[in-house]
Design a protein around this ligand. Structure first.
Ligand code: UDP
Ligand code: MG
Length: 323
């Protein structure tokens, strides 16, 4: 067993005033139980990251922190999205923690899986992925699109854990490894496998959102999926190249055909096919340009090296200060 056992649970929150009190209550129970069992140190914390919510999320976090040092808070200067908020929490927690669990605020991730994650950590794993054992509570549409997405990522050659979202445990050195990835287009579940180290998975049942509504409407979900693909795979670009090559070969055959028709005197019958091919090639060119533009856009964002988050305030009482 390892001796270092300070656990930080990082929870990004965006407009979560409806679920926060319940999440805090359940997490407190869980942390007390883990402490009683000696699995985690009494210096462990639950760290809520307020992702620029304008509702009562931050006041609630502040109240929690004042009522019990078990709760910490990080307030971002504005809304930066789930992945950046999570990163901000991880980078703040890594200063104090030996292991960090990340999870959503809405209690969809079964917090009882944390026990098994910590056991795996004590057995020498640096990364423990929470994997959903079923998608019973999802709508057919969500299940279909989500599982399709994981399969597509695999097909595109991206190393990604099937049915794993952002519910995972990472050791301190794994998070320090993550800190070295400087990309701005964050897709954490694609980056974490790149860190390496010994890893394992823990299965859990995903519940329905406890209260409030999803902060990932279809539009955001699609943008996130697209980001994931273009940040980790150049295959779409290559595919376009292949299509371009094939179209070029086809056009050579068409040229030959057109020449022969002209020589044999059937020239003006070719107007329709000519118009057709002009439109088709024009379309393919635009498509290719769009894909290339997508990657150029990514390069643009990366070269600017903008900060991925700005922290306005940190509320945390590490163990040393209490003494
Ligand atoms: N979230 C965030 N910033 C955002 C959107 C979401 O920090 O801009 C948080 C949200 O509070 C939750 C987690 O990310 O803790 C996942 O969001 P949600 O549960 O709405 O996504 P879903 O489970 O529907 O995919
Ligand atoms: Mg959710």
């Amino acid at each position: 067993m390892r001796d270092d056992r300070i656990l930080y649970v990082v929870i990004p929150c965006y407009k979560e005033e409806e679920v926060l009190p319940e999440t805090a209550r359940r997490m407190k129970e869980k942390m007390r139980q883990l402490m009683a069992e000696g699995k985690i140190s009494p210096a462990s914390r639950v760290m809520f990251v307020n992702d620029g919510s304008k509702d009562r999320t931050w006041p609630i976090i502040r109240e929690l922190h004042e009522s019990d040092p078990l709760f910490s808070g990080v307030n971002l200067s504005r809304n930066r999205g789930h992945q950046n908020a999570l990163l901000a929490g991880l980078m703040t927690a890594v200063n104090e923690a030996d292991m960090i669990v990340s999870m959503d605020a809405d209690l969809q991730d079964d917090i009882n899986a944390i026990d098994a994650m910590i056991d795996a950590y004590h057995n020498g794993c640096d990364v423990v992925y929470g994997v959903r054992s079923s998608r019973k509570t999802d709508t057919f549409f969500k299940r279909f699109t989500a599982e399709g997405f994981y399969k597509l990522m695999k097909a595109l050659g991206v190393d990604i854990v099937f049915n794993h979202a952002d519910y995972r445990l990472m050791s301190r050195r794994a998070v320090e490894g993550l800190a070295q990835f400087q990309e701005v287009n964050l897709f954490l579940r694609g980056i974490v496998p790149q860190i390496g180290y010994k890893w394992t998975t823990v299965e859990y049942e995903r519940a329905e959102r406890f209260a409030g509504e999803s902060k990932y409407p279809l539009k955001k979900m699609l943008a996130f999926a697209f980001d994931g693909i273009t940040s980790f795979s150049v295959r779409p670009m290559r595919l376009i190249l292949h299509v371009g090559a094939i179209v070029f070969l086809v056009s050579l055959v068409m040229l030959l055909y057109a020449l022969i028709s002209k020589l044999t005197g059937h020239a003006d019958s070719g107007w329709t096919s000519l118009m057709g091919s002009i439109w088709m090639i024009g379309g393919i060119q635009l498509l290719a340009l769009g894909v290339v533009g997508e990657y150029v856009g990514k390069i643009y964002a990366e070269t600017k090296r903008r900060p991925r988050f700005i922290i306005e305030q940190v509320l945390n009482t590490p163990e040393e200060e209490k003494r």
